[in-house]
Each structure stands twice: as C-alpha cells, then as structure tokens.
Design a protein around this ligand. Sequence first.
Ligand SMILES: NC(=O)C1=CN([C@@H]2O[C@H](COP(=O)(O)OP(=O)(O)OC[C@H]3O[C@@H](n4cnc5c(N)ncnc54)[C@H](OP(=O)(O)O)[C@@H]3O)[C@@H](O)[C@H]2O)C=CC1
Ligand SMILES: CC(C)(CO)C(=O)C(=O)O
Length: 309
Amino acid sequence: MKVMVLGAGALGGYFGARLQEAGHDVAYVARGEHLAAMQADGLRVESPLGDIRLPRVHAVADPREAGPADLVLFMVKTYDAEAAARSLKPVMRPETLVITAQNGVSAQPILAEAVGRSAVLPGAVYMPADIRAPGVIRHSAAFHRIVFGPWEAEAMPGARDIRTAFTSAGLDAQVSEDIWALLWQKFVMMAANSAITTLTRLDIGPIRETPETLDLLRRLVDETFQVARATHPSVGEDAAAKALDFLLREAPPTMHASMLDDLRRGKRLELPWLSGEVVRRGRALGIDTPAHEVVVGALMPYAQGNPAA
Ligand SMILES: NC(=O)C1=CN([C@@H]2O[C@H](COP(=O)(O)OP(=O)(O)OC[C@H]3O[C@@H](n4cnc5c(N)ncnc54)[C@H](OP(=O)(O)O)[C@@H]3O)[C@@H](O)[C@H]2O)C=CC1
Ligand SMILES: CC(C)(CO)C(=O)C(=O)O
C-alpha cells in the first residue's frame, strides 16, 4: 500500500514507521528540524511495544513531492488542519482515503471541506506519544490503538482493507460503523483529560489521588458529556462512566494529555478545540460549562505558545 503521512510528528511518525517496517511504501510530509533530521538520519521510534530504526525514509516538505497515495494519515494538529488539507487537495485521487487522528470534533469537517466526505475516515487514536528529539518519536505506553470508520457508507470496504494492513503491521486497529459516536465518546474523556493535566501540569496519577482535583475532573467530564448527548444522540448514556473508567482505572498513572507536552515546550495549544469547544457549544445549547470556562480562562494566555518567550 502507498501511504502518505501528512504531519509526520508523534502519531504520524509512529504509524508511518510501523507500516514501513511491515513493508508498505511510506512518504512522510514534515517540516523544520524534524524534517531535516529524518532526511539526514532517518526515523527512530522508542516504544515499549518494540523500537524501530529506519535509517532511510522518504521525507518531504510538500504532499506534491510525495505523490498520490492509497492512504493518507492526516496527523497534523487541529490548528494546522486547514492549511494541510489545502495542500493535500491537488494530490488526491478518486481511490485515496484519508484517516484523521485529531482530538475533538472540528478537524474532520475542515478536511472534508477540502477533499470531500467520501474520502475521509475520521479516526480516534489511543496512545501517548511525542517527538522526543528531531527524528525521534517516543511512545510511552504499552497500547497503540486506532479506531476509524467511514463518514459515508461507500468507504466501508476501503476501511476494512486498511484495518487489515494496520493489524498485519502489529497495530491494534478497529473499524467503527458509528465513528461519530466514538469521536464524541473520546471527546468526553479527552476534553477533561487535556484540561486537568494541562491546568495542573501533572500526570493523571496524582490528580486522581487528590480528592479536590478528582472532583474537578468529574465535573469536566460531566459538562462535556451533557454537551455530547445534546449534540450527538447516539453517544451512550454510559459515556461519562466510560470516560471516568479510562481516566481513573485504565490509564497508567504517568499518562497526561499531549496538550501538556505542548505547553511545556512552549508550542501552540489545541485548547480552542477542546475546552474551548465545550464552552462554545455549551453556550449555543444553553448548557452551563463553568469548569471548562475556568480552564479556558486560565490557559488561553498559553494558546499561541509561551507568553513569556
Ligand atoms: N500525541 C499524542 O499522544 C496524541 C495526539 N492526538 C492528536 O493527534 C493530532 C496530532 O498530534 P501529534 O502527533 O502529537 O502532533 P505533532 O505536533 O507531534 O505532529 C504534527 C507534525 O506535523 C507537522 N506539520 C504541521 N503542519 C504541517 C504541514 N502543513 N506540512 C508538514 N508538516 C506539518 C508539525 O510541525 P511543527 O512541529 O513545526 O508544528 C508536527 O511535526 C493532534 O490533533 C492530537 O490532538 C491524539 C491522540 C494521542
Ligand atoms: C491522552 C491520550 C494519549 C489518549 O490517547 C491522547 O489522546 C492525547 O494525549 O492526545
């Protein structure tokens, strides 16, 4: 399979490397020091599920240099989605399918606007990773799950073939028939997770051991749950319980949201599409979201990068 990773950072680098190791033809679209390091020395992945060393990778700055692909992994941050989607449009072919990974529910429509809904397989990724150094991806838990599904039914056979390619590469991949319910379910967990770990600058372990902070986490989950249920009725009644189950029991104590990594590095934050999205949608629906409002107020000075830099 010919694969293009558009945004070959933490997730894109990880999935691209696993697929290349399994024999697929992968092109990595990246930029800056990370692109230069990949072009000079290849790509490394450090993972509890097995390290990967790829001394040579096809790393480029623009999708046009990568050429057309059967599968595009669209793995830029939400704030880069519009420009990346525009750059993808000229290399799309009728058979190309594009999997998304962005947290939240905003990036997928931006991509669909550029390439058409029938080409988009919205996806949710469950694994913590970051770029440890240029050319080096660090995966920091023993799970790497991706779930995607067709926005429009005709893409279902293509989605199943892609799942086979992923599982043959050792990845934990599933196809969902109601991907939007799943994206909202992840959003219920993730809006709270990104808010609480970034606000406190802590991993989830100490947060769940502190009763007052745990109470705040529960309120963040509940507010997003109210918004999710009002927006997407097929989100289950148990969505808040499932989100809490992940955060309080399944997640390793060292887990934190990728937004905290971004804050620590002085990078832009996806805050407007996480807590910001909950507040915006809550207002439109007449649902109070006071906990997320505080998070937005406290973190917004960091949303464009370190305000002290
Ligand atoms: N990391 C994680 O653990 C998880 C992340 N997610 C979600 O997945 C998405 C991707 O996250 P993540 O992998 O951490 O992000 P990263 O910032 O690690 O990777 C994105 C990469 O794409 C590059 N990039 C952005 N736009 C372009 C472009 N137009 N052309 C070429 N390169 C480009 C960025 O460069 P630059 O650095 O210069 O901006 C960056 O290197 C996010 O929306 C996040 O919410 C979901 C689950 C887990
Ligand atoms: C918390 C995690 C790793 C869960 O997959 C995530 O989605 C993120 O940090 O962006």
